[in-house]
Design a binder for this molecule. Structure first.
Ligand code: FRU
Length: 499
């Protein structure tokens, strides 16, 4: 009897220890400090980005049971500032015969669905794909009458079913000029985005299709159509159609006339919201206050190795939320993306700032692992400037500009000890771009295992994961021929958003 009791005790304490080990401390190796990661287990796409009553909701593709893709459900976190997140229980769990794939959430202010209770708050309605493995993907509704805490499946589901195996990732917003809900949804294999309209989110009518266009190499997932303000022209907007031709993303800028989207970009150019390997399935917030720019969040990972990255007990992170604008340039319309202001509040006051120009190499030996660096250069002809970060004896990640190739590059081929064929193959990324009088400004956000590079105040962005060993902490700014001039450097560590 005693033996049985001891065995049970031992088994229980082992189970407890395992459970404790599984709970994230936010201190594990490579755990980001100012990016959203779940306490534990797998995540992919952001879902249902919606703002209501001063709260930003972040739902996401989540496996509540493990650190690999599977059992897809909607995880849930909330924030007051898009930087400090509180994780809540799973919002919409996997069902017996279908998984909960990607989608969006809207606030049904006018109660077009009739879901609201008299005197209660407006419903938040999630519109997502019910995935029946190998059989069917159709669009479902689930609604919350308590501002996102608990969810009920609509009994009339599915609300849109084309009886196809691949038909997914609905994004819905209120199209005010027409007085209807507009759904943008993906036909992945056809490499098309389809538009539908509805008065009540329940009954949908097909409007038109867009595509194939731009990058048609991968299947098309996670589309979104949204209005973006034109920089410097208050009250004017363009429509941006953003989607994910796997494993990267692209966007088109143009007009939506209530029926179809027309791109105003040259057909031959593929425009990317991010030029790195690790930015996917980004969507934008619904129901933001009128005076706010659209805000997007993307999943930092790449399907070529997403399941194998060496992090535990979680896998996958969300990008810094980005505030969006469009600009008309000599090449046509371009998306401009900046980190949301709230990120700056995490910067420690005692940083390094240098306003004196020079052409010296500059080094911060113990830069730490979560920081923001701004560097402005005047890059000399035929020179190459670079930043080596997370640098040790044998490891480093390089970000720089090469005047001969006319490209900005990120090279992670020696960044760490994650040995994976696909990751290694995808180790150098570049953005073809020329400089205006040699001017180059880089804002680099480094967060343990994430590098996000914002070029020239958001003209381009490049996101990559790196997995440096513990000791790799030096940050070095230099130029090959020592002819380029550094105009400005600012460095500061960022505090953890999890304390
Ligand atoms: C994109 C995606 C979506 C799908 C979801 C499943 O990363 O493949 O198309 O809804 O992930 O988790």
């Amino acid at each position: 009897m005693k033996k049985v009791f001891l065995a049970i005790l031992l088994a229980t304490s082992i189970l407890q220890a395992v459970a404790q080990q599984n709970i994230g401390t936010y201190e594990e190796p490579w755990r980001p400090k100012f990016h959203f990661t779940p306490e534990k287990n797998w995540i992919n796409d952001p879902n249902g980005l919606v703002y209501m009553d001063s709260t930003y909701h972040l739902f996401y593709q989540h496996n509540p049971f493990g650190n690999h893709w599977g059992h897809m459900s909607w995880g849930h976190a909330i924030s007051k500032d898009l930087v400090h997140w509180k994780q809540l229980p799973v919002a919409i769990p996997e069902q017996k015969d279908f998984m909960i794939f990607s989608g969006c959430a809207v606030v049904d202010v006018q109660n077009t669905t009739g879901f609201a209770k008299p005197g209660g708050p407006p419903p938040i309605v999630a519109i997502f794909t019910a995935h029946r493995e190998g059989k069917n993907q159709s669009q479902y509704l689930s609604f919350s009458l308590d501002k996102g805490l608990t969810w009920t499946f609509f009994e009339g589901n599915p609300v849109l079913d084309l009886h196809k195996k691949d038909f997914r990732d609905p994004q819905v917003s209120w199209y005010a000029p027409g007085g209807f809900w507009l759904m943008t949804v993906s036909q992945p294999l056809e490499k098309q985005v389809s538009f539908f309209r509805s008065k009540d989110l329940k009954d949908w009518t097909h409007l038109s299709n867009f595509g194939p266009a731009g990058d048609t190499t991968g299947i098309w997932e996670c589309p979104g159509l949204f209005k973006v303000p034109v920089e410097g022209k208050t009250g004017t907007y363009k429509y941006v159609l953003m989607q994910s031709p796997s494993p990267y993303m692209q966007y088109f800028i143009g007009e939506f006339d209530g029926n179809s989207f027309r791109s105003e970009n040259e057909n031959a150019t593929v425009l990317r919201p991010d030029h790195g390997p690790d930015y996917y399935a980004a969507i934008t917030y619904e129901n933001l206050p009128r005076d706010m720019n659209p805000v997007s969040i993307g999943w930092i990972n790449n399907w070529n190795y997403a399941n194998d990255i060496p992090t535990t007990p979680w896998k996958g992170s969300m990008s810094i939320p980005r505030a969006l604008m469009v600009r008309y340039t000599d090449k046509g319309w371009r998306l401009i993306q900046k980190p949301v202001d709230a990120i700056a509040a995490l910067e420690e006051e005692k940083g390094v700032e240098m306003k004196e120009p020079g052409n010296f190499p500059y080094s911060i030996p113990m830069a730490g692992k979560s920081w923001h660096l701004t560097v402005k250069w005047t890059v000399a002809d035929s020179d190459q400037v670079q930043i080596q970060l997370a640098k040790g004896h044998e490891q480093e990640t390089r970000v720089g500009y090469d005047t001969k190739q006319k490209e900005l590059f990120l090279d992670r081929s020696h960044s760490g000890s994650f040995i994976h064929p696909a990751f290694q193959k995808l180790s150098r990324y570049s953005i073809p771009m020329s400089l205006n009088h040699g001017d180059l400004k880089l804002d680099i956000y480094f967060d343990q295992s994430i590098v996000e590079v914002f070029v020239n105040d958001g003209e381009y962005v490049l996101t990559a994961q790196v997995f440096p060993d513990e000791k790799e902490e030096e940050l070095r700014i230099s130029s090959q021929l020592s002819r380029s001039r550094v105009q400005y450097i600012r460095f500061s560590n960022l505090r953890s958003a999890w304390k």
